[in-house]
Design a protein around this ligand. Structure first.
Ligand SMILES: [Zn+2]
Length: 204
């Protein structure tokens, strides 16, 4: 498949040309290279549980194959197959639950801890200037896979694009997701640091 042929998938996300992003100084410049579009042109996720749910199915894969950045006790962090920006990750519970209120206290806690750890890793890997962080719960709110709760963490840089409709249509970028994943794995804070972040209190 040529690069031109792969720039648009029928029914899939509209891809954007590398040229539109060539001058974004985000620490990932070397990744802005046209490449095989195997991930971006993959099948769109469904709402089915088990094998039909991408967030359930990916757990059984090896980290690199499934683009998993980190596995916690009850939640994990994975690269978004349809990233808004380089380093766009998702925090998910292992359990196939759709509602935030259905998370156990333990899951809620780790959901938050891994969100913080992902931000720490992104700070180290690519020094974002800001973030969009949030959950799209339910189809009406724009959830792509509404059956399995997931929180978006989108690193932002000045000039990366106009305001991103986080819950709107997918904007996929030609990038090497595995390379970005590895950078985040390398930058992931040690467990004791993550726990220290959780317990940190401002000085009185
Ligand atoms: Zn699931």
């Amino acid at each position: 498949m040529t690069q031109e042929e792969s720039s648009q998938t029928p029914g899939g996300p509209e891809l954007e040309s590398q040229g539109e992003f060539a001058f974004v100084d985000d620490g990932f410049e070397r990744l802005w290279t046209p490449h095989r579009m195997v991930y971006i042109n993959g099948e769109r996720p469904t709402d089915d549980a088990g094998d039909g749910c991408p967030f359930c199915a990916v757990i059984a894969k090896k980290d690199a194959e499934g683009l998993i950045v980190h596995r916690g006790q009850c939640c994990y962090v994975v690269m978004n197959l349809f990233p808004y920006n380089p380093g766009h990750v998702l925090v998910c519970p292992y359990r196939h639950v759709s509602l935030y209120v259905d998370l156990t206290d333990e899951e809620t806690l780790e959901f938050g801890i891994l969100t913080k750890a992902a931000i720490k890793a992104l700070e180290t890997a690519s020094s974002p200037m800001g973030y969009n962080i949030g959950i799209n719960q339910g189809a009406v709110a724009g959830a792509g896979v509404q059956a399995h709760l997931h929180q978006h963490i989108v690193p932002r840089w000045s000039g990366d694009s106009n305001f991103l409709p986080i819950i709107g249509q997918t904007k996929a970028l030609p990038m090497l997701l595995e390379d970005v994943r590895q950078r985040l794995v390398d930058a992931w804070p040690p467990g004791e640091h993550v726990r220290a972040m959780l317990n940190a209190r401002p000085p009185r």
